[in-house]
Design a protein around this ligand. Sequence first.
Ligand code: 13P
Ligand code: SF4
Length: 312
Amino acid sequence: MNQRESELRDEISRLKKQKNALIMAHYYQRDEIQEIADFIGDSLALAQQAAKTDADIIVMCGVHFMGETAKILCPDKKVLVPDLKAGCSLADSCDPHEFADFVKDHPGYTVISYVNTSAAVKAHTDIVVTSGNARKIVDSLPADEKIIFGPDRNLGGYINAVTGRRMLLWNGACHVHDRFSIEKIEEMKRQHPGAKILVHPECRRPLQLIADKVGSTAALLDYARHDDAKEYIVVTESGILFEMRRKCPDKTFLAAPADDAECQCNNCEYMKLNTLEKVAAALRNEQPEITVDPEIAVKAIKPIKRMLELSK
Ligand code: 13P
Ligand code: SF4
């Protein structure tokens, strides 16, 4: 650790005590941010934790929709996202006006939206889900319920496949998860025949089908912790490797390469926008702050609360 990093860590630790702030980080954040976070989790755990914290300030080291979800749940708290440009290609694949029209065109449907959506999309939603609870929540609805699921076509397709439902899917995707190549992962498996394949449900169906485990980041981590294999091919954003290696130091985790001739990366560039410098600056200046239009927030909180109730 260089001197600058050590100074930043000291400053963050001092400011967070002084201001009663809680630093939350998604598993895809840079390693050094996961190291200084008070709480690390998947999208579901971050929402659950935000709902119950008594901190005055939440520093959400994740992307914009995670900050919005925290702000909607805690309107009286200051919610900071260190870099407001930390967006999400999946959330961007669902325009709120187009989604509202789609919902209007399908009266009688229950609308389920993935948490990776803007507050404005959530305002047109009956129940929010994350990859960690989508199956449980869909299973809790009557078998003949007509359902719209948005925006992730891969997660929606996975839930349709495992539950036997025929939910109507919005045609959105995450540019990281949708880009993994089955050929490259099969090649990796040939080189590491003993390795188990862990796949996030935002990946395409053929990858889900060759997986030993399909699940949210927290579910994949949990599987690796309790499983007896020694090696894993991890088909999701590579930030999760940090926590996997920390929790299972005796195991080997291999990042799956993406299918991109230019860049063999599997990083979410939005997630990586947050840095220690920006976390320290956010705490110092109490900026940049997440705001949500109160009219939208009042509608969006209902499906988020419904999710928290149903995932108890
Ligand atoms: P989870 O945290 O629900 O696994 O979602 C992954 C993701 O892509 C978050 O942006
Ligand atoms: Fe959005 Fe994909 Fe990045 Fe997650 S990994 S924040 S779904 S773009």
